[in-house]
Design a protein around this ligand. Sequence first.
Ligand code: UDP
Length: 242
Amino acid sequence: MEKPVFKRIVLKVSGESLAGNNGYGIEASTIASIAEQVKEVVAFGVEVAIVVGGGNIWRGIAGTAKGIDRATADYMGMLATVMNSLALQDALEQIEVPTRVQSSIAMQQIAEPYIRRRAIRHLEKGRVVIFAAGTGNPFFSTDTTAALRAAEIEAEVILMAKNKVDGVYSADPFKDPTAVKFEELTYMEVLNKNLGVMDATASSLCMDNNIPLVVFAITEQDNIKKVVLGEKIGTIVRGSVK
Ligand code: UDP
């Protein structure tokens, strides 16, 4: 019997990874495949919380470039994450995975408010909890949300699902043919080398709270399961000790 190495995880799904090959919006087959992968690990008894991004619909920074006030553009980005969260909830419930969406911005008709203790209770009951609307604050990212929620619910690891790369590289592998993939890194190295894993706020939060991060490709079926079963794929980022 395969045994998971983690009891409670936070899965960070970027908005982009829901868009599949389209690059924009939500691709039905892609979201269904992510839901299937989540179902597999829930079946192992792993408690799964998911933080969903919004970049496939709206990014605050892009809005600012169009002349929209940064805070307003960021709130729009948070609303985008709510749409993605509802889509992911639907995909999970279609395959009979009980799921709750908790939003950091009050939206009582469509989601529960974020209540830490309640989220933990859902997880203990085997429900997947999707954290929507980021941290609820502009000027932050959903990577920071993943770090914050992981610390709050005492998750053992953050699984960062990517759809273009299969780990952390020394440079952009699509632009630089000499780019090499790292197997292991420390948060300090990520910060010092300015590696584009997650933003500095998220990296510092993970470092301060000693939360390891696994960066891997979600485009390959079974990858979430592989990480949960302790197989070494992608790149692992840890606190100070390698
Ligand atoms: N956002 C925010 N505060 C948060 C989380 C997200 O303001 O706590 C906004 C921000 O504008 C961001 C957008 O929501 O650009 C979408 O989130 P993100 O860019 O992290 O999504 P991803 O890159 O994972 O798709």
